[in-house]
Design a protein around this ligand. Structure first.
Ligand code: ATP
Length: 236
């Protein structure tokens, strides 16, 4: 479904991605783990059109999306839950959700209201808080909102950047359980996560990124028991 081929991204002189190649198959949950600064966020931004590729190519459903603007990539069916959630704090919960559907609302107004109801069913807390300003939500509620907002464009592929960051164990479980549910709904997931053990436990496969390169890859269960992965990424 998604092929990342030898992708390089530079920030000025600094090379954040140094030739990354990976695949995400339809219906998979693929985890991307690695230390701070390994390039995980940059890779997600490259996929969603938020940073420019220096070299390489990204194919989505067999077609190149390299160089396409972010809104066009979103329209093709790739949803992004950014690091730090980035909800619009001075807008209501409902307005945030509707903004998530801005690429669809003109052509598909009826579906957009159905998707809104679907998200309110997924997270009843968001329905209770529909008229509340998003900036006043708790961290966990904001993460639900960020996830639902991305789902409001009805993506087939969802890329999630550290959805557990700063959340209590209960919310971490809720979010990861939701990711598992989304796969059952037919979504494909690429998950960046600091909580490597938790991410691997819900994933099919994983890639370990180190200094802008893929250091290791394999089945999630296999990596969960790999001595080097345990020592380096699961030690805590
Ligand atoms: P973290 O887990 O800390 O978010 P990460 O694996 O997501 O890390 P990236 O955020 O992709 O890593 O960063 C990769 C490298 O690129 C880092 O060395 C970082 O300092 C650098 N970098 C990221 N964004 C920029 C930017 N806008 N300008 C310059 N350098 C950047």
């Amino acid at each position: 479904m998604l092929s990342v081929n030898n992708v390089r991204v530079h920030y000025g002189m600094a090379e954040a991605l140094r030739g990354v190649t990976l695949e995400v198959g339809k219906g998979e949950i693929v985890a991307l783990i690695g230390r701070n600064g390994a390039g995980k966020t940059t890779l997600l931004k490259a996929i969603t059109g938020l940073v420019k590729l220096r070299d390489g190519e990204i194919l989505y459903q067999g077609k190149s999306i390299s160089g396409m603007p972010a809104h066009a990539i979103m329209r093709l069916g790739i949803g992004h839950v950014p690091q730090g959630r980035q909800v619009f704090g001075d807008q209501t919960v409902e307005d945030n959700l509707i903004l998530g559907a801005y690429t669809r609302i003109k052509q598909q107004p009826k579906q957009v209201s159905e998707w809104l109801e679907r998200e309110y069913t997924r997270f009843p807390r968001l329905k209770e808080r529909a008229k509340q300003l998003a900036g006043t939500l708790s961290g966990g509620e904001q993460q639900m909102l960020a996830l639902s907002r991305a789902l409001m464009s009805d993506p087939d592929l969802l890329v999630l950047d550290e959805p557990s960051m700063g959340l209590s164990p209960l919310y971490v479980k809720l979010i990861l359980d939701t990711v598992t549910e989304l796969r059952k709904e037919g979504k494909t997931i690429l998950l960046v996560e600091q909580l490597a053990a938790a991410a691997l436990s819900i994933s099919d496969r994983a890639y370990v990124l180190s200094s802008g390169q893929v250091e290791m890859s394999g089945g999630a269960q296999e990596l969960l028991h790999d001595e080097k992965v345990v020592r380096t990424y699961l030690g805590a």
